[in-house]
Design a binder for this molecule. Structure first.
Ligand code: FAD
Length: 404
C-alpha cells in the first residue's frame, strides 16, 4: 500500500481534500459488525456509572490476582474495545482490518506502573520488537514508547531538578543508554519513533534526551518525534525555542501534538505543593494553543514533521484544511493524524478515505498490566468528562442507519 518513498498512496486523491467531514458513520464503522457495534454501545453506556469507572480497574486487578474467573469477561469487553491483544501476534488481525481501510497501527506496549531493572530491560526488549514489526510490516507506520517504561520515574524527576546523587547519576546514564539504544534501533531499521510526553515534573529530562536524539538522528529525515502537551502554558514558547535551536544547529524536528492526559493530577500537585499550575486556565486556552502549535508546525514544515494526536474534530479539520489550502499532498509523509484504538473511528476512517495519513495507537500487553490504561480510557469516556456523548451518538446513528 505504501509507495517506495514511504507514502501511503492507494487512497490518495487530489481533488477531494477540502470536503472532509467526520459525520459519515458508514465509513467510520464499516469494519464493525452489528454485534460489535451493539457491544460498544453497551460498553460506553456502562461508563456512565461513575462507581464502576472509579473503582472498576482496582476491583478487576484484585479479582485477577485472586484468580477469580473474570479474565475472559474483561478480554471480551473493555479490553477488546481498546486493545489489540496481549501480544504483538494477537494484534495482527486487528491491525490487518485497519490497514485494509487505509489506517496504520502503532503498537503500544501499554504496561504501566511496574518498576525495577529487570522490568525495564524486558520492556526495552519488547519495544524493540515493536520496532522490528514496524520494519517488517507497512501496517505499522510508527513505533512508540514511554520513557518511564524503561527507567525509574524518580530518576527522571531528579534529573529534571538537577538533584541526582552520584549513584543516581550512574543509574540515569544507564537509562539514557537504554533510551538511545531504542532510538538507534528505530533509525537503523528505518522506523519512525514517537516518544510520549508525561508529567511536567519529569518532562524536562525527557525533552533534553529527545532533543539530543533528534539532533543526532534527524539530520536529513525525521525519525524521532517528541511530544508537546498543549494544555501546558509554556509549550508554544518551547516549540518556538526549539525551532530556533534546530535551525541553528541544522537538524529537523518531529513533534506529536497532544492536548495532555494528566490535567487533574497536574493541578492537584501544583495546589498541594503551592506552585503556579503549569496547565492552561480553561479548555479554550488549551484548544487555542493546540491549534497555534499545529499552525506553527505546518508553517515550518520544511523542518518539522507533525503527528496530530487528537480526537478533536476541529483541530483535525484545521490541519486537513491547511494542507488543502496550501496544496500539500494528502499523503505527504510529514503529516500524520493519530487516534487511539477504540475511539474516534469517525475521524480516523473519514480522513483515511480522503487519502490522509492516519494511524491508531494499538495498545497491547497482559490484561493485568494494561488495567491502568483501560481505567484512563473508561474515565475519558465517562459522563464526567463528556466524551461518551460523541462516541455513543455516532454508534447509535450507525445502528439506526443500518436498520433503515
Ligand atoms: C495518538 C494519541 C497519542 C497521545 N499521546 C499522549 C502523550 O504522549 N502524552 C499525553 O499526555 N497525552 C497523550 N494523548 C492523550 C491526549 O493528551 C488527550 O488526553 C486526549 O487525546 C484528549 O484530547 P483531544 O485533543 O483528543 O480532545 P478534546 O476532547 O478536544 O480535549 C480534551 C483535552 O483538553 C484538555 N482540557 C480539558 N478540559 C480542560 C480545562 N478545563 N482546562 C485546560 N485544558 C483542558 C485536556 O488535555 C483534555 O484531555 C494522546 C492521544 C492520542 C489520540
Amino acid at each position: 500500500m505504501k509507495t517506495k518513498t514511504g507514502n501511503w498512496s492507494i487512497f490518495a486523491s487530489t481533488n477531494s481534500m477540502s470536503k472532509i467531514s467526520f459525520d459519515n458513520t458508514e465509513i467510520a464503522f464499516k469494519h464493525k459488525s452489528d454485534a460489535e457495534l451493539k457491544q460498544a454501545k453497551w460498553l460506553f453506556s456502562v461508563f456512565n456509572y461513575s462507581f464502576l469507572v472509579k473503582y472498576g480497574p482496582a476491583l478487576t486487578s484484585v479479582a485477577l490476582k485472586l484468580r477469580l474467573p473474570i479474565k475472559g469477561l474483561v478480554k471480551s469487553t473493555i479490553f477488546k474495545q481498546f486493545c489489540g491483544g496481549e501480544t504483538i501476534q494477537e494484534c495482527d488481525d486487528t491491525a490487518d482490518v485497519l490497514y485494509q481501510r487505509g489506517v496504520g497501527s502503532i503498537l503500544d506496549y501499554s504496561v504501566e506502573g511496574v518498576e525495577g531493572e529487570e522490568t525495564f530491560i524486558q520492556n526495552a526488549k519488547e519495544i524493540k520488537e515493536t520496532i522490528l514489526s514496524a520494519k517488517r510490516e507497512e501496517k505499522f507506520p510508527f513505533a512508540v514508547f514511554k520513557c518511564t517504561g524503561v527507567g525509574r520515574f524518580e530518576i527522571f524527576e531528579k534529573a529534571s531538578n538537577n538533584t541526582l546523587s552520584e549513584k543516581e547519576s550512574v543509574e540515569f546514564e544507564t537509562t539514557k543508554a537504554r533510551l538511545e539504544d531504542i532510538c538507534k534501533t528505530a533509525v537503523e531499521n528505518g522506523v519512525r519513533l514517537l516518544i510520549d510526553a508525561e508529567e511536567t515534573w519529569i518532562q524536562d529530562s525527557i525533552d533534553e534526551i529527545a532533543m539530543a536524539m533528534m539532533q543526532k538522528y534527524n539530520q536529513r529525515e525525521v525519525w524521532i518525534y517528541n511530544t508537546l502537551q498543549m494544555y501546558r502554558v509554556d509549550r508554544l514558547e518551547y516549540l518556538n525555542k526549539t525551532l530556533g535551536i534546530a535551525k541553528n544547529l541544522g537538524f529537523k524536528l518531529g513533534y506529536k501534538l497532544v492536548r495532555g492526559a494528566y490535567m487533574e493530577k497536574e493541578r492537584a500537585r501544583a495546589e498541594e505543593k503551592n506552585y503556579d499550575s503549569p496547565i492552561q486556565p480553561d479548555k479554550e486556552s488549551t484548544d487555542r494553543d493546540f491549534d497555534r502549535a499545529l499552525t506553527t508546525c505546518f508553517e515550518h514544515r520544511e523542518m518539522v514533521s507533525t503527528c496530530l494526536g487528537t480526537h478533536n474534530e476541529n483541530s483535525s479539520k484545521l490541519l486537513a484544511d491547511l494542507m488543502t489550502k496550501e496544496g500539500v499532498e494528502v499523503n505527504d509523509n510529514r503529516f500524520w493524524f493519530a487516534q487511539l484504538y477504540g475511539m474516534s473511528d469517525n475521524i480516523s476512517f473519514n480522513l483515511a478515505q480522503e487519502g490522509f495519513n492516519v494511524a491508531k495507537y494499538l495498545p497491547y500487553g497482559p490484561i493485568q498490566a494494561v488495567l491502568p490504561y483501560l481505567g484512563r480510557r473508561a474515565q475519558e469516556n465517562s459522563s464526567v468528562s463528556g466524551q461518551v456523548g460523541r462516541e455513543m451518538s455516532l454508534i447509535v446513528s450507525e445502528l439506526k442507519r443500518r436498520k433503515a
